[in-house]
Design a protein around this ligand. Structure first.
Ligand code: ASP
Length: 346
C-alpha cells in the first residue's frame, strides 16, 4: 500500500534533523525543509506532505508543557486540512510528549505519529529515513470507508508502531529505541504492515476532537530506594504548591513498611496531594494488596498506577490537575483508562 493522503509533518527538532556544529562537534538542530529538499526518497512519496517547523527546533530535553500546547495548536489549526500528522521529535522525551498529547487531544479521529531517529537523517547509516517514510505511510493509511487505520497518538520506531502513552525509551544507542512492555505493538512493519485492529482505539467519528491545553506542573516523580531518609521525603512532601506525585515503588507496588513513611504519605494525601504508585519494573502491573508494604501504601491513600508507565502517569496527572481541583474526581480518573493508557485487572 502506498500513502496517498495529505500529511502534515511537524518538525520540533531532535537528532533526525540535526547536524554537527563545526566548532563544538556536538549535534544541533538544522533546518528540516532544507534537509528533506536534498532527500530524493521524500519526493517519491505519493502522499501530499507539508512541513511545519518549530521556529526554533529543539533538542527534546528542552521539551515542556508550553511546547506541547504549541504542537496541539498546530494540529488544531490544520486538523481539517490533513489526513494525519507526523511529529518529528527527539527520542529523549518522546514518550512524555506522546503521553501528554494522548490526553490533550480528546476523541482524536486522525493519526498522530511521533518519530525520530538515533542517527541524523543526512548520515549514511541513518535509521531516520525508514522511520520517517513508514510514519508518513501510517499517518496516511485509511480503511476502505475512508476512516484512518490508526486514529491514535503513537510512536513509530524501528519497525514497531506503539501506543504513545504505553511507550518508553529503552535504548540510548540501538535503533530499537522504544518499547511498550505492558501493551503489544499496534502494528509491525516488515515487508507488509500488519495492524492489530483488535487493539487500535476507535474514536467516535461523529464527535469532534476536543483539544486541551492546561497542564499543572506542580508535580514530581520520586523513586524509592533502600536507605531513603525521612527528612528528605518530608522535605519533598512539604514543597509549596505540590499537588501530585508519581512514586516509583518496588516490584508490584511495594515500599518499606516504615511507620514514618506511611505517616508522611498519609498526611500528604490527607492534604489533597494525589500520589500515584508506579512500579520501578519495566514490565508488569502494580498490585498493591499483594505485599504488606503495598497494602500500607493503599491505606495511606496512595492510588495504583496499574500497568502504566511513569511518563504516562506524570503527563496524565498534569492534565487532570490542570482541569480540576476536585481531588476525588482526579483520583477516580487516574484509576480509569482515558485513552488506553492502563489496563485494569479485576
Ligand atoms: N537528544 C536528542 C533529543 O532527544 C536525542 C534524539 O533525538 O534521539 O532531542
Amino acid at each position: 500500500m502506498t500513502p496517498t493522503g495529505r500529511v502534515l509533518l511537524i518538525y520540533t527538532g531532535g537528532t533526525i534533523g540535526m547536524g554537527l556544529n563545526a566548532k563544538s562537534g556536538a549535534l544541533e538542530p538544522l533546518d528540516f525543509n532544507h534537509l528533506v529538499q536534498r532527500m530524493p526518497e521524500f519526493d517519491a512519496i505519493p502522499a501530499g506532505i507539508d512541513v511545519h517547523q518549530f521556529a526554533e527546533p529543539i533538542d527534546s530535553s528542552d521539551m515542556n508543557p508550553r511546547l506541547w500546547g504549541r504542537i496541539v495548536e498546530i494540529i488544531v489549526g490544520n486538523y481539517d486540512s490533513y489526513d494525519g500528522f507526523v511529529i518529528l521529535h527527539g527520542t529523549d522525551t518522546m514518550a512524555f510528549t506522546a503521553s501528554a498529547l494522548s490526553f490533550m487531544l480528546e476523541n482524536l479521529t486522525k493519526p498522530v505519529i511521533l518519530t525520530g531517529s538515533q542517527l541524523p537523517i543526512n548520515q549514511l547509516r541513518t535509521d531516520g529515513k525508514e522511520n520517517l517514510i513508514t510514519s508518513i505511510e501510517l499517518a496516511a493509511a485509511r480503511h476502505a470507508d475512508g476512516t484512518p487505520r490508526v486514529p491514535e497518538v503513537c510512536i513509530y520506531f524501528s519497525g514497531k508502531l506503539l501506543r504513545g502513552n504505553r511507550s518508553t525509551k529503552i535504548n540510548s544507542e540501538g535503533f530499537n529505541a522504544f518499547d511498550s512492555f505492558n501493551f503489544p505493538p499496534l502494528a509491525e512493519a516488515g515487508v507488509n504492515i500488519n495492524y492489530r485492529y483488535d487493539l487500535i482505539l476507535r474514536p467516535d467519528f461523529a464527535r469532534p476532537m476536543t483539544p486541551h491545553f492546561v497542564m499543572d506542573t506542580n508535580v514530581v516523580v520520586f523513586t524509592l530506594f533502600p536507605g531513603i531518609q525521612e527528612a528528605m521525603v518530608r522535605h519533598l512532601l512539604s514543597a509549596p504548591g505540590l499537588r501530585g506525585i508519581v512514586m516509583r515503588t518496588y516490584g508490584s507496588g511495594n515500599a518499606p513498611q516504615q511507620p514514618w513513611l506511611m505517616d508522611a504519605l498519609s498526611e500528604a494525601t490527607g492534604r489533597g496531594i494525589v500520589i500515584v504508585n508506579v512500579t520501578q519494573c519495566a514490565a508488569g502491573p502494580v498490585e498493591m494488596a499483594r505485599y504488606g508494604g503495598g497494602y500500607l501504601l493503599q491505606n495511606a491513600g496512595v492510588i495504583s498506577g496499574h500497568d502504566g508507565t511513569v511518563e504516562c502517569a506524570i503527563a496524565k496527572l498534569m492534565h487532570l490537575l490542570g482541569h480540576s481541583r476536585d481531588t476525588a474526581l482526579i483520583r477516580a480518573r487516574m484509576n480509569s483508562p482515558l485513552c488506553g493508557e492502563i489496563t485494569l485487572t479485576a
